[in-house]
Design a protein around this ligand. Structure first.
Ligand code: SF4
Ligand code: SF4
Ligand code: FES
Length: 255
């Protein structure tokens, strides 16, 4: 069955822009990206939209549908209220390049600030042994497709450009947590304290565990419950456990 849907699509660039109205034919079973492609093909050939896989795996078609961060390719038209116009806008937390395409380089800069896994000395790759629950935790976090919907929705940066320097956002705090909880990561032996970097360099303290990031994650990663809250607990244990505190001082003095 085909029907006509009224879309309001943000058009413009870094200088400014606004919502443009379009009526687009939509077929049963289609997703929002299908409608955007039909709009490009029939009425707005210069509309800029980023996409690659159309399968929810590349993370590039992130935008906001009726104000909610979503993947255009994984949002079925049938889940939307089609009695009202469907509004498509670019990710609000990042600078617009053109139309629905934003500059997400903030995220790449934050990714570079997280030091990589440090291999354990004396254990060759292939000889690593871990408990299954540790494997499961890393695998959950590594389902991330880097769509940055969680980064976009987080209120710490969504309307607060000034917080971007001090806050890495849920995706990269999750990466720090993954590495800090990794039983084979030898960062501490090289003098790298991931707990203090989480707090002091990546802004863990800004997160007040609202879980908005978890709610928008298309991979259903429990970012808040499985990464951010455990990381906060690990930082707090370090701070308030006198034995842990003493141990860290002695280690630092001996370093
Ligand atoms: S739980 Fe923390 S990181 Fe996630 S959206 Fe809320 S404040 Fe941001
Ligand atoms: S954690 Fe989820 S929402 Fe955030 S970038 Fe990865 S896949 Fe996207
Ligand atoms: S086009 Fe790849 S996730 Fe949507």
């Amino acid at each position: 069955m085909t029907h006509t849907v009224h879309f309001r699509v943000w058009r413009g660039d870094a200088e400014g822009g606004g919502l443009a109205d379009f009526d687009v034919e939509v077929n049963e079973g289609e997703v929002v990206l299908d409608a955007i492609h039909r709009l490009q093909a029939t009425q707005a050939p210069d509309l800029a939209v980023r996409w690659n896989c159309k399968a929810g795996k590349c993370g590039s078609c992130s935008a906001e549908i009726n104000g909610r961060p979503r993947l255009l390719c994984m949002t079925r038209m049938s889940v939307l209220d089609l009695t009202a116009p469907v509004t498509i806008t670019p990710l609000r937390a990042f600078p617009v390049l053109r139309d629905l395409v934003t500059d997400v380089s903030f995220n790449y800069a934050k990714a570079r600030e997280v030091p990589a896994f440090v291999p354990p000395p004396g254990v060759a790759p292939g000889e690593y042994r871990m408990r299954q629950e540790d494997v499961n935790r890393s695998q959950e976090f590594r389902k991330c497709i880097e769509c940055f919907l969680c980064q976009d929705v987080c209120h710490v940066v969504r309307d607060h450009e000034e917080n971007k320097t001090a806050f890495s956002g849920p995706r990269f705090l999750m990466r720090v947590a993954e590495l800090d909880m990794h039983p084979l990561d030898a960062a501490a032996e090289t003098g790298l304290d991931r707990k203090s970097t989480a707090q002091e360099e990546h802004g863990l303290g800004y997160c007040n565990i609202t879980k908005c990031c978890t709610e928008v994650c298309p991979e259903n990663i429990k970012i808040t419950d499985n990464a951010l809250i455990p990381m906060k607990e690990r930082v707090a244990d370090r701070k308030y456990d006198p034995l842990v505190w003493l141990g860290s001082k002695i280690r630092r003095r001996g370093a």
